[in-house]
Every structure is written in C-alpha cells, then in structure tokens.
Design a protein around this ligand. Structure first.
Ligand code: 6PG
Length: 232
C-alpha cells in the first residue's frame, strides 16, 4: 500500500487527476478506467478532463452504481457524464455504464458479462482494468461493499447486486474484490475528518469490518488522503 498525504480535498483531487492523466498518456493501447462515485472523484473528473488530449483509446466504466436510470440524481453515471464525459471527446462505444434502470440484479449480471467481453484478461484469467478508482465512506465502506454485508466475500462474480445498502439508495451494483485484485493499480481517494477513524483502520491492514482495507489484497492500493483524514 502506498499513502500520499496532501493538504486538502482539492489537492487530493488534483493529485489523482494528474496521476490518471499520466497513466492514460503513457500508452496508446486500450486503457480501461473504472471511475468512482463521491464528491472527491467528481472533482477529480473535472480536473482530469482538460489534462488528456486523446481519449480515443480510453474506456470509461464505473466501479459502483445505484440501481437507477442515468438521468436520476442518484446515478453515479450522471455524475460521470456531467463532470467528465460532457467535457471530452470520446467514442460512444468506449462508455460503459450498468443498466441501473433494469434493476440491480439484471444490471449487475449484464455489467459482469460486458466486462468479461470487453476488458482483456490478465494473468489470473480475470478481466484486468488498468486502473480502478474508489472512494470510502466514514463507515469504511468502499465501492458498495459495506461492513458486515455478504458482497464483501463474493468470489464467483465480478459485479454484485445488493438490495440492502445501509446508505440510500438501497439497490446498487458494485465491483467485487476479485475484480479489484486483478487490476495492477487501485486508487482510493479519501478526504475529510469524518474518514479519519476508518482510514486509520485501512492503514492498519486487512480487516473485514472495514471493507476499504481489503482493497489492498493484491498489494496494488494507492491511498490519496488529505490531512484531515490522515492526521500526521
Ligand atoms: C455512495 C458514495 C460513497 C462515496 C463515499 C466518499 O455510493 O454512497 O459514492 O461510497 O464514495 O462516501 O465520498 P466523498 O468523496 O464524497 O467523500
């Protein structure tokens, strides 16, 4: 695990935007980028848009979504569209969103299949995203993997549905940990004093009660945190 500690949320978003832009610019091969929900990722997207001159080889996905349509205020994809897609030129076929309006179960099954069909498999045989972005809630949840919920332990699907999210809305779609572990790079953006307790548990090592701590299962996690979340 690598920790980068910065002054504030704006610095976290800026650092992440530049890191993502550099990774995209470093290759002309298809680059599969899984974006995250949350206000820190949203700011990151806005800063990222002008940093990348060529998006034609980039495929955008979302690691966590609510089972709602793309126009719903709860839709993470709506946020992605408004904060990033609307500001860039990218082929429509490079945009990959779960069909939340079809319900969580159908959306998760369909997204799982789309990922398997489009994202090339890595050495372990699972689709290998080039970079997976994630956020964290004050309870230590990440993606839509919540403490004490069964999705944390799933190994037979790449994308899970849930109907009992403790944070509304209850119906959601989320990447599972095996998909996270197949990626060479996972970036967790954390800002705010309300995340300090959960972040200290993440930094202490794997703990099933703090799902964000499990993101580092393959040793690929980069945590970018502000000073309020990561006191010295
Ligand atoms: C959700 C949110 C949530 C978010 C964290 C961090 O699905 O309910 O997206 O998981 O990622 O609360 O968000 P901030 O970046 O806004 O702190």
């Amino acid at each position: 695990m690598k920790l980068t500690r910065l002054d504030d949320k704006e610095a976290v978003a800026t650092h992440a935007a530049h890191a993502v832009a550099e990774a995209i610019a470093a290759t002309s091969a298809p680059f599969h980028l899984a974006l995250a929900g949350g206000t820190t990722p949203e700011r990151c997207h806005r800063l990222l848009a002008p940093l990348v001159s060529d998006w034609s080889h980039v495929h955008l996905w979302i690691s966590d979504e609510r089972a709602v349509g793309p126009e719903d205020p709860d839709s993470n994809w709506k946020m992605v569209r408004e904060s990033l897609v609307s500001a860039i030129t990218i082929p429509a076929e490079n945009l990959h969103r779960p069909l939340g309006e079809a319900g969580a179960d159908v959306a998760a099954t369909g997204y799982d299949a789309e990922i398997r069909a489009v994202v090339p498999a890595g050495d372990g045989g699972l689709p290998r995203f080039d970079l997976i972005m994630a956020g964290m809630g004050p309870d230590g949840h990440t993606l839509s993997l919540f403490p004490g919920h069964a999705e944390v332990d799933l190994t037979d699907v790449l994308v899970a549905s849930l109907h009992d999210s403790p944070k509304p809305p209850p119906d959601r779609i989320t990447f599972t940990l095996p998909l996270v572990y197949a990626a060479p790079r996972v970036m967790l953006l954390v800002a705010g004093a309300d995340k300090a307790d959960a972040l200290s548990r993440v930094l202490a090592g794997p703990d099933r009660a703090t799902p964000a701590s499990l993101l580092d299962g393959a040793g690929t996690l980069e945590v970018v945190a502000d000073a309020a979340a990561a006191p010295a």
